[in-house]
Design a protein around this ligand. Structure first.
Ligand code: NAP
Length: 272
């Protein structure tokens, strides 16, 4: 019988995950299906049970169901527990198990694909939503000399710092206060680009060597990319993270590491 996997979300039609996972399966000559499932708001649990009882072996979860997935599972990985979000569901020892692969995906893309080490670097994370929360423990694990969080809504940044203060040194920052830290790495974890708003940070937040990493990709990364370009800063988008977090989910399900080829990257870039 063919192995059944899926991605749950709303909206879901633009998800690149089916393309990525079918490429992974082909690269390992595995016969499996991976379908996008549009879930009506309020129906996550019902749809999840239906899929798993119908023979589904696992699925990914995207917006807006990562917290519902967290509440749905029987057991969780440490990182899912810490971040309060689940993006990958699998069976472990007969139980429905939740994981969050976003942080691993981000770190792998930054280190393995872009050869950037965060150890002893001054890092600014912009945003305080689900994406920011999902990567903070992994960032702190890399031992930057400083991790500051800037968010439009300051209180949300402060709350995140409170949540993670036992894992490492982390501080909320205000844009309009003078700041003595020109950051080595600026990570955009906001959805600014989705609604075409422009990205702005004060001059004293960066220097000529600052590297910019956008967790968004495609059109959603244009605002931050334009800002980085205007200031002559090196820029990476989040497509590599998307592929790496998918590869980690694939590994959780199949215990095999898929090949991440240039061909796959090109294929996806052409779809954006
Ligand atoms: P979210 O939970 O809705 O959080 C959105 C964040 O963006 C909040 O911090 C919000 O600030 C900020 N924001 C939105 N519009 C803004 C604006 N006009 N000006 C300033 N700040 C604004 O969303 P999320 O789940 O964190 O996702 C954020 C982005 O990360 C999305 O583009 C998503 O695609 C991307 N992402 C990528 C990957 C990947 O694999 N590459 C994985 C996860 C997420 P307030 O708190 O002030 O509202």
């Amino acid at each position: 019988m063919i192995k059944k996997y899926a991605v749950f979300g709303n909206p879901i039609e633009h998800s690149l995950s089916p393309l990525i996972h079918s490429h992974f399966a082909n690269s390992l000559k595995l016969d499996l299906s991976y379908k996008p499932i549009l879930v009506t708001l309020g129906k996550f649990e019902e749809e999840a049970k239906k899929f798993l009882q119908g023979g589904g072996l696992g699925f990914n979860i995207t917006l807006p169901f990562k917290q519902e997935a967290y509440n749905f599972v029987d057991s969780k990985s440490n990182i899912a527990q810490i971040t309060g979000a689940v993006n990958t569901i699998s069976f472990k020892d007969g139980k429905i198990h939740g994981d969050n692969t976003d942080g691993v995906g981000f770190i792998r893309d930054l280190k393995k694909n872009n050869f950037y080490e965060m150890k002893d670097k001054k890092v600014l994370l912009v945003g305080a939503g689900g994406a920011a929360m999902g990567v903070i423990p992994n960032i702190l694990n890399e031992e930057p000399s400083l991790l500051k969080i800037y968010n439009r809504t300051y209180d949300k940044a402060k709350n995140l710092c409170e949540k993670f203060k036992d894992i490492g040194k982390i501080e909320a920052v205000k844009k309009d206060l003078s700041n003595n830290d020109d950051f080595d790495l600026i990570i955009n974890a906001t959805s600014i680009g989705i609604n075409n708003s422009s990205f702005e940070l004060p001059q004293d937040f960066f220097n000529i060597g600052t590297v910019c990493y956008d967790m968004s990709y495609g059109k959603a990364s244009h605002s931050f990319m334009e800002w980085a370009k205007k200031n002559n800063l090196k820029f990476y988008d989040g497509l590599g993270m998307l592929i790496e977090q998918a590869a980690e989910s694939f590994y959780i399900w199949e215990s095999k590491r898929p090949l991440i080829s240039d061909e796959l990257q090109k294929l996806i870039r052409n779809k954006l």
